[in-house]
Design a binder for this molecule. Structure first.
Ligand SMILES: [Zn+2]
Length: 234
């Protein structure tokens, strides 16, 4: 086989390799919904946190309501005593003071209850909204995942076809040349060969020396780019 034919075969092999590489890249970059998953995780955590917060606040509210009702009891009993049982001014003063104190505590608890109720109202609005967003995102994620699975299968099938073609193609190429091509390819972004166009190596763009350009015309031996080391072809 003449050298130009061998180089042509190797060039075609490289075209297959590039196609395979591009498909592998496509496979790596396939949108599998990573961003959506992160957002869903974030919202799920938020949802759990808000639910915890709501439960804690509900417990606090119940406790405060119990406290309030016992204060009301105490206040009422003291008021009854004030009108019924007391005889001295000292007792009147003592009870009045206590009633006053209970009223102040009551009022501060009522403030807290109001605050809690407002905050609970907010949470009760917020929580279903978060849940709804999670459900919507999960729906979108499912579509993305299904599409990714379909694309993945298609790409893998294409790669399989190309691999088979590659194997066929490489059978016709001298094993030493093939090994050389593979070795260069490893360190040169998957491209072991380069076309000479206008006296330049098309891969690295460097101008080739006149002697190489001259030798290329005769194509008697394998030539490589003086700069990137790739096997040259025309
Ligand atoms: Zn080069």
């Amino acid at each position: 086989m003449v050298l130009s034919d061998t180089l042509q075969d190797l060039w075609e092999l490289q075209l297959l390799d590039i196609e395979i590489m591009n498909l592998q890249e496509k496979l790596r970059n396939l949108d599998r919904g990573k961003e959506l998953k992160d957002r869903i995780d974030f919202l799920s955590n938020l949802y759990n946190k808000k639910n915890d917060e709501m439960r804690k606040k509900e417990v606090s509210l119940r406790e405060l309501e119990i406290e309030l009702s016992s204060l009301e009891d105490r206040k009422r009993k003291n008021e009854e005593r004030l009108y019924r049982d007391v005889t001295t001014q000292k007792e009147v003063d003592g009870l009045t003071q206590e009633i006053q104190h209970i009223s102040e505590t009551k009022s501060s608890i009522e403030d807290k209850i109001l605050e809690l109720m407002e905050s609970l109202e907010e949470l009760r609005n917020e929580i279903p909204t978060i849940k709804k967003e999670i459900e919507e995102l999960e729906g979108s994620l499912k579509i993305i995942e299904d599409n990714a699975r379909i694309s993945e299968r298609e790409i893998l099938e294409k790669i399989q076809v190309l691999e088979t073609k590659r194997e066929e193609k490489s059978k016709g190429i001298d094993s030493k040349l093939l090994a050389r091509y593979e070795a260069i390819r490893k360190n040169r972004r998957g491209r072991g060969m380069s076309k000479v166009i206008d006296g330049k190596c098309s891969e690295c763009g460097v101008e080739l020396s006149l002697s190489i350009v001259e030798e290329m015309k005769h194509q008697e031996k394998i030539l490589t780019c003086e700069h990137c080391g790739r096997i040259l072809c025309t």
